[in-house]
Design a protein around this ligand. Structure first.
Ligand code: PGA
Length: 258
C-alpha cells in the first residue's frame, strides 16, 4: 500500500473490458501508465476482470502499476464453486481488492457480514481491501447517509476487534461511493462530502485507532468533477469507473489530482 499522504487512484474496469481488451488497453498505453505511476505522490491500481489478472501481472511486473481484483470469496477455501480466494489473488500479485461494491450488493446479494469476512481474509493475505460503502438516493434524500454507512461499517469493526493494534491488519481503504452517483454524472456537494469524510475520520479513530485508514471517493469521477472533490479534507484517493476505460480521460483525472 502507498504511504498515507500519497493519493491512490484505482481504475475499476468492472466488466467494461473483456479479457483481450484489458490486455490490449494496457499494452497500448503501457508507457503512459508507467509515466502516471512513476510519480512518488501517488499509486495507480488497475482492477480488471479476474481472467486478466495473471496476464496483466506478467505485463506489469517491472512497472510501478499495481493490480487489484474486483472481489474475492468470503471463504478461505473449500467447496465454493466459481469463487476466487484471497490466497489465489495473493499468488497473482494483487495488492488490492475491492469488496462490497454497490453493484455486488445489488446484483449478488453481498451482505455487510460477507464484506467483513472478505476484509479479514484479504488482510490475512497482505492484500489491502478497498471497502465500498454508500447510501442510495432515498437514504440521501432522507438525510440518512451517516446512519447507512455506519451500519455498513459496523460488522467490519466488529470483525476487526482485537486486531486493531496489529500492523498486519493495516492499512484499510474505505471508498465512499453513494450509489446514486455511480455512472450517473451526479456528484455530492463539497459540503456533503466534508461531513462524510470528517465523520469517517472520527469514526475510524474511535473504533480502530491503531490502524492506518485511507478514504477514497467514487462515483462519476471525471476531469470535471475531480477539482472540487479533491479539496475535501481526508480524501486520499479515488475509485474511477467509467472514466478509467478511456486512457486520455483517466490521465487527465490523475493529473488533476497532483
Ligand atoms: P463511475 O463508477 O466512476 O462509473 O461512476 C465508480 C464505481 O462504481 O466504482
Amino acid at each position: 500500500m502507498n504511504g498515507n499522504n500519497e493519493m491512490l487512484i484505482v481504475a475499476n474496469w468492472k466488466m467494461g473490458f473483456s479479457h483481450d481488451e484489458s490486455l490490449t488497453f494496457v499494452t497500448q498505453n503501457y508507457n503512459g501508465f508507467c509515466y502516471l505511476a512513476k510519480h512518488n505522490k501517488r499509486s495507480i491500481v488497475l482492477c480488471p476482470q479476474f481472467t486478466a489478472l495473471f496476464p496483466l501481472h506478467v505485463v506489469l511486473k517491472e512497472s510501478a502499476i499495481k493490480l487489484g481484483a474486483q472481489d474475492c470469496s468470503n471463504h478461505a477455501r473449500g467447496a465454493f464453486t466459481s469463487q476466487i480466494s484471497a490466497q489465489s489473488l495473493k499468488s497473482l500479485n494483487c495488492s488490492y481488492c475491492i469488496v462490497g461494491h454497490s453493484e455486488r450488493r445489488k446484483y449478488n446479494g453481498e451482505t455487510d457480514l460477507a464484506v467483513a469476512q472478505k476484509t479479514l481474509l484479504l488482510l490475512d493475505h497482505g492484500i489491502t481491501p478497498i471497502i465500498c460503502i454508500g447510501e442510495c438516493s432515498t437514504e440521501f434524500e432522507q438525510g440518512k447517509t451517516l446512519e447507512t454507512i455506519e451500519n455498513q461499517l459496523k460488522p467490519i469493526h466488529q470483525a476487526l476487534a482485537g486486531r486493531c493494534s496489529s500492523s498486519k491488519y493495516s492499512p484499510i481503504c474505505i471508498a465512499y461511493e453513494p450509489t446514486w452517483s455511480i455512472g450517473t454524472g451526479k456528484v455530492p456537494s463539497r459540503k456533503h462530502l466534508e461531513v462524510v469524510y470528517s465523520w469517517l475520520h472520527t469514526y475510524t479513530q474511535k473504533t480502530c485507532p491503531g490502524m492506518l485508514w485511507k478514504f477514497l471517493y467514487g462515483g462519476s469521477v471525471t476531469q470535471q468533477s475531480i477539482p472540487e472533490i479533491r479539496k475535501v479534507p481526508y480524501v486520499g484517493g479515488f475509485l474511477v469507473g467509467g472514466a478509467s476505460l478511456d486512457f486520455q480521460e483517466f490521465k487527465k483525472i490523475v493529473e488533476c489530482i497532483e
